[in-house]
Design a protein around this ligand. Structure first.
Ligand code: PMV
Length: 322
């Protein structure tokens, strides 16, 4: 069975986790988060039950996965078998991304959501699997979240809100674009797992958590009203705050490059702008807009004499089984 799932870009960020007591409450954010599910970038994962062996056979892009990735994937297969109360048997897994690593997209979100859905599909069969996706997407979201927190928000789309154990889609359809400026495709030096672990050491976290309730409400309203200007103001505020938390944690984490700051301050000077930025745990800005803006961004890079590539993505409708 195969499943396809796309990464998502957080508009209200998940940065910092609640303390977990068991595998069931792993990767639960300190605060609810809201995201846009993408569509052009995706992970396609095949899962097949193996009868002739006791050992999982795990490939990433047709190449045997390293020991650490094998362990994470096998552990996740355990969770899905347990969830369906089925006796664990060995599986073949092959997972492929159509987007390069380092693009600035959280590939663990698409990877764990696709793995969860493909495994459920393999165990239930295509028809039951599709029904399960339609009626029990919250369970799939919660299972995916145990593999990687942000994966909870990739099952549905175009917009999801993740509160506590699982995410659910907001009741709206709005085609927005996410144009990513790739200023560096190097693997980040501090993983998001390490970042989440120190997030609460930032003196800014306390006030973040208290005013986020209001920002989240306003952002939800901006989405429901399709009010791009209000949405844009809120996502920029939110991304700045997440990076301020990162930079003020112990130890401090700096994901931004000098080029990131140059581009963002040039963008902020554009009058009557109709595109807005956000950032993940990395240096590559994501620009959210209704119309295509890649050409303008290329011109801006040229003007600033900065090298960069562009990935054009847009909102989508979540994971699929086939
Ligand atoms: O799911 P993780 O552990 O890769 O964390 C994702 C963290 C951010 O991408 C920075 C924010 C988010 O909400 O996706």
């Amino acid at each position: 069975m195969k499943a396809k799932s796309s990464p998502n870009i957080a508009l209200i960020k998940y940065w910092g986790k609640k303390k977990s007591h068991s595998d069931f409450d792993r990767n639960i954010g300190l605060n609810p988060s809201i995201s846009m599910t993408l569509s052009q970038a995706f992970t396609e994962t095949e899962v097949r039950l193996l009868k002739h062996t006791q050992k999982d056979e795990i490939f990433l892009d047709n190449i045997p996965a390293n020991a650490l990735d094998q362990e994470k994937i096998s552990k996740h297969l355990d969770r899905v078998f347990d969830f369906l109360q089925q006796k664990r048997c060995a599986c073949y897994v092959n997972s492929k991304n159509n987007f390069p690593m380092g693009v600035g997209l959280a590939s663990s979100a698409s990877a764990f959501s696709a793995l969860t859905l493909a495994t459920l599909g393999e165990l239930l069969g295509i028809e039951e699997g599709k029904k399960f996706l339609k009626h029990r997407s919250h369970d799939i979201s919660a299972l995916s979240r145990r593999g990687s927190g942000s994966a909870a928000r990739s099952i549905e789309g175009p917009f999801c809100e993740w509160v506590h154990e699982h995410a659910q889609q907001l009741d709206l359809d709005w085609k927005l674009r996410d144009t990513i400026l790739i200023l560096s495709s190097e693997k980040k030096k501090v993983s998001s797992t390490e970042g989440h672990a120190v997030a609460e050491s930032s003196p800014l976290m306390h006030s973040r958590l208290s005013h986020l309730v209001v920002r989240t409400k306003k952002l939800r309203e901006a989405l429901l009203n399709k009010d791009l200007k209000s949405l844009g103001t809120l996502i920029e505020e939110e991304a700045k705050e997440m990076h301020a938390i990162m930079q003020s944690s112990t130890p401090p984490i700096q994901y931004l490059l000098p080029e990131t700051k140059l581009v963002l301050s040039a963008v902020e000077q554009i009058k009557d702008r109709d595109f807005y930025w956000t950032l993940d745990a990395g240096p590559n800005p994501h620009f959210i807009s209704e119309r295509p803006i890649a050409k303008e961004l290329k011109a801006l890079l040229k003007q600033l004499n900065i090298k960069g590539e562009i990935w054009e993505d847009e909102s989508g409708y979540g994971a699929e089984l086939f």
